[in-house]
Design a protein around this ligand. Sequence first.
Ligand SMILES: [Ca+2]
Ligand SMILES: [Ca+2]
Ligand SMILES: [Ca+2]
Length: 277
Amino acid sequence: MTGIRSSPSFSAQVAPLLRCDVANTDGNTPPESCGLWKSGGTEAGTVAVKPGTEIDPSGEFAVCGGFLYFAHFVGSENYELWKSDGSADGTARIDGTGSFTNSPGRYTEYNGSLYFRADDGTSGNELWKLDCATDAATRVKDINPGPSSSYVEYLTVLNNVLYFTAEDAAAGDELWKTDGTAAGTIRVVDINPGPEGSSINSMTAFQGMLYFSANDGELGDELWQSNGTEEGTVLLLDINPGPDWSYPYGFTAVNGSLFFATAMPPTNAWQLWRLRR
Ligand SMILES: [Ca+2]
Ligand SMILES: [Ca+2]
Ligand SMILES: [Ca+2]
């Protein structure tokens, strides 16, 4: 792994944060105390990271290379990328990244870089990466060519490959993967053949496999499994037999089991399931 600095101030385990989500109900500017905070677990140790500077995080954060990364709202749908080492002086906009629209997010660390989706105003919302050692940001690929967006979701690392969902005109939203290069960013499989998407939802890595909900166009949203190859992407179980869906959701691994919920017609009542391999 690259990009680890010598004095990380945050880790994935201890990055307690508060943010001011909304303006006061009277519509006035949020109080100065809103913004980026940190906490050591005590009242006295819970303080604004950069007092006196208005910071309005978009709400998604990620730790990469020992720094906390987030988007800072600068008005009228524009966001800048910021990073913080937990100190006031070490919390600032990342030079050279310009601004993005539509709130960059879905941050995921992979091979020392921060992967996320962002809209540069010309190419739509696409997959980007930022080298956490140099802070150089580049678009990985214009997956949905031109101004249309691919809206990547569910970025998930499995066996040193980054998987995600993305949509394009040819196949709709389907399962993709990347090795960090444009040439290595390809669709894994077209689960719902043709331009209709498969509505992949809630993708999670568990014991060397990807698990998610997908709709192949015939059996509704059901439980799928993938090893990252086209032939290795299969319907694991048509929980609600036939065209109705079971909509598996909320995959969570606990003690060697993968738990998830379903919601089946006609009541759509939630049921808890457990998968053991
Ligand atoms: Ca595009
Ligand atoms: Ca499709
Ligand atoms: Ca079904």
